[in-house]
Design a protein around this ligand. Structure first.
Ligand code: 5GP
Ligand code: ZN
Length: 195
């Protein structure tokens, strides 16, 4: 599986831009066709919906951690949160906040976990951006702790330097103001990702 991903990436790199665009479009089309949340959006499989707007859908998770475990998704298919343009993400987050409040009220939960996983390595199973809103109780079965590592100062400094370099690039002023306005809602990605 991983091997095929790498060979696909090298094949894409070897293509000219037109060929690459065509192949990526095909891959995107297939990803949307196969995506379980896109199937819910198209009405091909049922879901217990709790909210719908032009751009956002919210429905109950089929395998809840606790009753009231709700998902919030953008209607457009994105794999990683970093691919969502700022304006769309703001609208999505506003719904996440509201649904979290409603779920808290509806369940009388003691707390709420909002979780959003990007990539298989992070535990993402459904390849369509989604926020989990999970009602929480003292002593429920969900694990609140993740394993940590000890880093020495050099390791902290190295990763801090790399992140700062990229953050600076991201925020450095653009020379052409017209271009700046156009780019404001552009998706942020250092590395292109397939859907
Ligand atoms: P993740 O990708 O963040 O690991 O989790 C995906 C979540 O989607 C899981 O909690 C899973 O229970 C939920 N899920 C997967 N398939 C369906 C489905 O067909 N309907 C609903 N309502 N939830 C689903
Ligand atoms: Zn999808």
């Amino acid at each position: 599986m991983e091997d095929s991903k790498f060979s696909l990436e090298s094949k894409l790199k070897a293509m000219n831009p037109e060929e690459r665009e065509k192949v990526v479009e095909e891959i995107k089309k297939k990803a949307i066709q196969d995506c379980i949340f896109c199937k819910i959006l198209r009405g091909e499989i049922p879901a217990k919906k709790v909210f719908e707007s032009e751009d956002v859908l919210s429905f109950l998770d089929i395998n809840p951690v606790n009753p009231g475990h709700t998902l919030v998704i953008p209607k457009k298919h994105y794999l990683f949160i970093t691919q969502i343009p700022d304006g769309e993400l703001s609208a999505l987050m506003s719904v996440v906040k509201k649904i979290a409040g409603v779920v808290l009220d509806a369940t009388k939960a003691e707390g709420i976990t909002i979780s959003q996983l990007n990539g298989k390595a992070a535990g993402q199973i459904v390849p369509h951006v989604h926020f989990h809103i999970i009602p929480r109780y003292e002593n429920d079965k969900m694990d609140n702790h993740w394993p940590t590592q000890k880093l020495d100062d050099e390791q902290f400094n190295n990763i801090q330097r790399k992140i700062i370099e990229l953050v600076k690039k991201l925020y450095e002023p653009k020379e052409n103001t017209e271009e700046k306005v156009e780019d404001e809602d552009e998706e942020y990605e250092f590395k292109p990702r397939l859907p």
